[in-house]
Design a protein around this ligand. Structure first.
Ligand code: AMP
Length: 189
């Protein structure tokens, strides 16, 4: 049986969103994206949205305190009992530790961390294309480079963290969407 408590990890533009959409459909689990939730908060003009907007536009990370609170709230909802796909959270070690503590408390530990590996320059090009299509304020070249270095410095250390936890699975994120989806499926089998 496939894992149902899954974290998708990868550099910005590694294709997490695309693979997430396919996985949640196949597994019937909720997609939990802190990026989507933060964008919604910005659009709604909430207190969190007001605090997060400038940080997001600059390519930096929103504070651990804010995102941990958002993620905990979401993971505690009843639909997450059947499993979940985390996308874009955790992004720092303190977030990963908070997530582990929460899931331990709920008795539902993470079963798999799928790390999509990609070629950085190819990713930058993919992000620039997405910026054109979606018009995201955080997708200009300077911000993209900033988000890449934030990923390297703050998020890449999660790889050894999940390796140690025995749930890390590397998946080659280069190639056709369907091919990558098949690799993800195999990694979760
Ligand atoms: P994403 O759509 O996941 O790339 O997220 C867009 C932006 O939201 C990021 O560049 C961050 O500014 C912010 N964000 C999303 N998730 C997190 C997180 N787990 N920790 C800190 N900031 C986050």
């Amino acid at each position: 049986m496939s894992a149902t408590r899954i974290l998708l990890l990868g550099a910005p533009g590694a294709g997490k969103g695309t693979q997430a959409a396919m996985l949640i459909e196949r597994l019937g689990i909720p997609h939990i994206s802190t990026g989507d939730m933060l964008r919604q908060a910005v659009a709604d003009g909430t207190e969190v949205g007001k605090k997060a907007k400038a940080v997001m536009d600059s390519g930096q990370l929103v504070s651990d305190e804010i995102v941990i609170a958002i993620a905990e709230e979401r993971l505690s909802q009843p639909d997450a009992e059947k499993g979940f796909l985390l996308d874009g959270f955790p992004r720092t070690l303190p977030q990963a530790e908070a997530l582990s503590a929460l899931l331990d408390k709920l008795g539902t530990p993470l079963e798999a961390c799928v790390a999509l590996t990609v070629d950085t320059e190819a990713v930058v090009q993919r992000l620039l294309k997405r910026a054109e299509i979606e018009g995201r304020a955080d997708d200009n070249e300077e911000t993209i480079r900033e988000r890449m270095s934030v990923y390297e410095e703050q998020t890449a250390p999660l790889l050894p963290f999940y390796e140690k936890a025995g749930v890390l699975k590397y998946v080659d994120g280069m190639g056709e969407v369907d091919e990558i989806a098949k690799r993800v499926e195999d990694a979760l089998a």
